[in-house]
Design a protein around this ligand. Structure first.
Ligand SMILES: Cc1cc2nc3c(=O)[nH]c(=O)nc-3n(C[C@H](O)[C@H](O)[C@H](O)COP(=O)(O)OP(=O)(O)OC[C@H]3O[C@@H](n4cnc5c(N)ncnc54)[C@H](O)[C@@H]3O)c2cc1C
Length: 370
């Protein structure tokens, strides 16, 4: 019998959904409280690395993910005018039988996971959150009801409300960079991510997300979030510094609703990530700027490891959470610190930084199962 009979998962994003699938499928009673009133239909693209794909395959959704997304094994490096500098084989961090990388539209990934959550038998309640909780698993929900769970999981993202309710006073730290993303049509020649380090921005890149779509991004120094003005005009002006495929992307930057601006931020909680029977996973516990595109992978790995431990144990105690930390904390810290360092090197204009060395070390580490 698993260590728990029922669980409340607060937040139905990537981490919460993955955990819900694994636990519900094994017969645990799973309630998911998601604050949004309905499944998400908006959002940009996402770059998923092999170790994220490995967990998605373990969740049983690889077929749907690979059909909806766009897989590739090479990374291109270009000059600002579009010239090709190098084509680098990407490490296959999920193993040789999975592609190195897959681009996907975020709502498509959310839909695949939501279908698997339903199929596994978890109960998802939208427009609901937790108003109060005790570390023994008692909660008061925002619909006025109270309940008691064997385990409560805060999977409610970087600005986690559950983290606040636990009194853990750690806030995301801005890294000094801001990213403009546009979700757009895929020109036929875009079949992988191409990056430009240079030109008017720190990074200019794009990633195919389906046969028809892709997302493109420009990373510059962070500006006040409420002072971004005309989003299309600003992103088009930044894109003026880039040629090649960027000529087509620029022409397609016309709809402010398809543009998103946000800051790079990071966060890492000291161990342990639990207080009694309440535990934090995913961005609620750790988040990194997307310089290594490891965010989703680390969230999925949290869910996979926690589920494995809960299903293998016959009781929930601090030893289980300590084992969870032994398998997660150092790995996550290495990813967060490397992601932050890559951003810092660019902000500081460090020319002799060993970028390939750092990326290679992280790739080797995450290729091993957590
Ligand atoms: C600009 C940017 C680009 C990124 N690009 C990539 C990338 O290319 N590849 C990659 O792997 N990662 C990327 N990431 C990181 C990645 O998006 C996150 O690591 C990942 O989405 C976190 O998943 P999560 O489930 O922990 O949290 P979230 O995805 O934030 O999900 C949290 C869920 O909890 C819900 N919620 C919030 N508050 C409450 C509440 N009080 N009660 C109930 N529910 C609540 C939310 O509505 C949401 O559904 C990027 C991040 C940023 C900021």
């Amino acid at each position: 019998m698993p260590a728990i009979e029922n669980v409340l998962i607060v937040g139905g994003g990537t981490a919460g959904s993955a955990l819900a699938i694994l636990l519900a499928r094994a017969g645990v009673g799973v309630d998911v409280a998601e604050i949004e009133p309905a499944p998400t239909t908006l959002g940009s693209g996402i770059t998923l690395q092999g170790n994220a794909l490995r967990v998605l395959r373990d969740l049983g959704v690889w077929e749907q993910v690979s059909a909806a997304g766009f897989a590739f094994d090479l990374l291109g490096l270009r000059t600002p005018d579009g010239g090709l500098l190098a084509e680098i084989p990407d490490a296959r961090m999920g193993g040789p039988d999975l592609p190195a990388t897959l681009g996907m539209n975020r709502p498509a990934l959310a839909a695949v996971l939501a279908a698997a959550v339903r199929e596994a038998g978890a109960r998802v309640r939208y427009g609901l959150t937790v108003d109060a909780l005790a570390t023994d698993g008692r909660v008061r929900l925002s619909d006025g009801t109270s309940a008691e769970y064997d385990l409560v999981v805060g999977a409610d993202g970087i600005r986690s409300h559950v983290r606040g309710l636990l009194g853990i006073d750690v806030a995301p730290e801005p890294n000094g960079m801001g990213i403009w993303r546009v979700h757009t049509r895929r020109p036929k020649q875009v079949e992988r991510t191409d990056l430009v380090y240079g030109g008017p921005c720190f990074i200019a890149g794009y990633c195919p997300t389906s046969q028809d779509t892709m997302y493109a991004y420009l990373v510059e120094k962070a500006r006040p979030r409420d002072a971004v003005g005309d989003k299309c005009a600003h992103m088009r002006a930044l894109a003026e510094g880039y040629g090649g495929v960027w000529d087509e992307i620029r022409a397609d930057i016309t709809d402010p609703d398809r543009i998103n601006y946000t800051w790079f931020e990071s966060l890492l909680l000291d161990r342990p990530w639990n207080r009694g029977r309440v535990v934090l996973i995913g961005d609620a516990a750790h988040a990194c700027p997307p310089t290594l595109a490891q965010g989703v992978a680390q969230c999925l790995e949290d869910a996979a490891v926690l589920a494995e431990l809960l299903l293998a144990a016959d009781r929930l105690d601090q030893d289980l959470f300590d084992t969870f930390m032994d398998r997660r904390h150092a790995r996550v810290r290495a990813v967060v610190e490397a992601s932050v360092r890559l951003a810092r090197w660019q902000l500081d204009g460090v020319r002799d930084a060993d970028v390939p060395g750092l990326m290679g070390r992280i790739a080797a580490m995450v290729t091993e199962r957590p």
